[in-house]
Design a protein around this ligand. Structure first.
Ligand code: R2B
Ligand code: URA
Length: 296
């Protein structure tokens, strides 16, 4: 039996009492835009840090789904703001979220409300991105089993009215396994499932010795990475905990590793190799979407 259709849930009783909802950072609103008409058919949402990469992803999906029209001409729906960019290709929405938890969290509030206002159903969400590998060869794709914080706990802490509240960051296990299975059907896509550690900084926060500040020794760095690895952490990035806390069901985090953090901190890989690495999560998500749509 097929599961019942799931509408995108907003967990805020105050929203119903609002006459209008302005999605400020998207430059969209319920009175100025017909959101059901613009977005009602969305089934897949893919978010990632860089605006250019998410435009390239939209163009890639346009070709993969063999949609009519010129993929070069797809328009940024959020052109009224330069905070985020957003592209729609058929049932797929591609959005950039910038770097770090605060940036992605603002975007996710407005995205989840957008999907709710548009009456979208059965939406699958992906974060595709880059990360530092923990004991993996560079170029390995990590599908997150869960997102963990700096002490390897599957939780996201948020300060609300001056108090810390905690939300779970477990992700959809079935979806992760399905993605891992699909990765075996593709060439040059070394993929593992593992825990993803989310930090609030790229340098000291990820145990790097090469920032403008450093308060620890190389031995202390390695000790921390070893502990992370023992706790099942296979990569480190900067958005997964809040993405998991806000999206949870039908959501996956798929990040390629750019380096092995046991080997160093600087990203010395040539540009063209990095570009190819960053296409790997896109290829996996595209394969997933084509399977779901019955195109392959
Ligand atoms: C991965 O890469 C970015 C830092 O370079 C950050 O957004 C992340 O999560
Ligand atoms: N993104 C991160 O957050 N860390 C890395 O080491 C590489 C990419």
């Amino acid at each position: 039996t097929t599961p019942p259709e799931q509408q995108v849930q907003v967990k805020n009783p105050h929203l119903d009492t609002m006459e209008e909802d302005i999605l400020y950072h998207f430059s969209l609103g319920t009175k100025t835009h017909n959101l059901p008409e613009m977005f009602g058919d969305i089934k897949f949402v893919c978010v990632g840090g860089s605006a250019n990469r998410m435009r390239a992803f939209a163009q890639f999906i346009h070709q993969e789904l063999q949609l009519p029209g010129n993929s070069e001409e797809i328009r940024d729906i959020c052109e009224g703001t330069d905070r985020y960019c957003m592209y729609k290709v058929g049932p797929v929405l591609s959005i950039s979220h910038g770097m770090g938890v605060p940036s992605i969290s603002i975007m996710l509030h407005e995205l989840i409300k957008l999907l709710h206002h548009a009456h979208c159903r059965d939406v699958v969400l992906f974060r595709i991105g880059t990360s530092g590998g923990v004991g993996l060869a560079p170029g390995t794709v990590v599908i997150s089993s869960k997102a963990v914080d700096h002490s390897f706990h599957p939780q996201f802490e948020q300060v609300v009215l001056g108090k810390v509240i905690t939300r779970s960051t477990e992700l959809d296990e079935g979806l992760a396994n399905e993605l891992l299975q699909y990765s075996t059907e593709l060439q040059d896509l070394p993929t593992v499932i593992g825990n993803t550690m989310c930090t609030h900084d790229f340098y000291e926060g990820q145990g790097r010795l090469d920032g403008a500040l450093c308060s620890f020794s190389p031995e202390e760095k390695l000790e921390y990475l070893r502990k992370a690895h023992e706790a099942g952490v296979r990569n480190i990035e900067m958005e997964s905990t809040v993405f998991a806390a806000m999206c949870r069901v039908c959501a996956a985090v798929i990040c390629v590793t750019l380096l092995n953090r046991f080997e160093g901190d600087q990203i010395t890989t040539p540009h063209d190799v990095l570009v190819e690495y960053q296409q790997r999560p896109q290829v996996l998500v595209s394969h997933f979407i084509k399977k779901r749509l019955g195109l392959i």
